[in-house]
Design a protein around this ligand. Structure first.
Ligand SMILES: C[S@@+](CC[C@H](N)C(=O)[O-])C[C@H]1O[C@@H](n2cnc3c(N)ncnc32)[C@H](O)[C@@H]1O
Length: 242
């Protein structure tokens, strides 16, 4: 069983991952954007002092989604490869392939700034580990395809979810998405990465006890995405219990 520390996250294949997942907007991306936008759109613009994207990887749309509600978005990511990509996107401007993603974000939340570059100006990239973040620092935490895609140990998956929830202050917002029923996976036929099969029930149980207003929903697997052996995606919104 591979655990989180067993994988060489610095070697994450950023170019292949982007090519497989994010070169164009898929139905599944629209579903995640729509789900998260419904949470963000209820939060007054500029009212959150600081928010976090845990395990940001090279994915820009979750960072952009936060840019209306949040005055400062921390992209927390341990992988040198993904950190280098994110910093390049912030410095040189985002790749045009992200434009359709941002158009969908703005469609669902018109309070977002006109351009993706403006949205990303609120982002700061930090090379760090989810398990080493200070408790209660943020007004909102977001995590997309991380806890179940970074370990094969169900207990460590649950610990990831707990660490994620602890980053926000009591009563504050959590928004997340997960691959459903995906085990160990590879990207473009390369090396294997740890994954643990989870579903709505496992996820609900992992968040039970320290959250409130927990809402979990799911969509079926997107036939236009590679077949990683998953059955769908699960989306979550909640608040940390007071
Ligand atoms: C499947 S990728 C998801 C990336 C991105 N969130 C997305 O939506 O595409 C899993 C991510 O989890 C990150 N990760 C692995 N271990 C982590 C840890 N201990 N703390 C924070 N992030 C971690 C990896 O570096 C990788 O970027």
């Amino acid at each position: 069983m591979l655990r989180n520390r067993d994988a060489d996250w610095d070697a994450w294949p950023v170019a292949d991952y982007l090519a497989e997942n994010y070169r164009r907007l898929h139905r599944a991306d629209e579903a995640v954007i729509d789900h998260h936008s419904a949470v963000y759109a209820r939060i007054p613009a500029g009212s959150l002092d600081r928010t976090v994207e845990l395990g940001a990887g090279p994915n820009l749309y979750p960072l952009a989604l936060a840019a209306a509600a949040s005055r400062l978005v921390h992209a927390v990511e341990p992988s040198a490869a993904s950190v280098a990509y994110l910093r390049g996107q912030l410095r040189d401007g985002p790749d045009p392939s992200w434009d359709p993603f941002y158009a969908r974000c703005r469609l669902r939340n018109p309070a977002l700034p006109p351009s993706l570059a403006q949205a990303l100006s609120r982002v700061r990239v930090t090379r760090a580990d989810a398990f080493r973040l200070p408790e209660g620092r943020y007004a909102l935490a977001s995590m997309n395809f991380v806890a179940e895609s970074a370990t094969e140990d169900p207990a460590e998956f649950a610990a990831f979810c707990r660490a994620f929830a602890r980053t926000v202050r009591p009563g504050e917002h959590l928004v997340a998405s997960f691959m459903e029923n995906m085990g160990r996976y590879s990207i473009s036929g390369g090396r294997e990465w740890p994954g643990v099969p989870v579903d709505s029930q496992t996820i609900g149980e992992a968040f039970d006890g320290y959250t409130m207003d927990l809402v979990v929903s799911r969509i079926d697997a997107d036939p236009d995405l590679p077949d990683w052996g998953y059955t769908g995606m699960v989306m979550l919104s909640a608040r940390r219990a007071v």
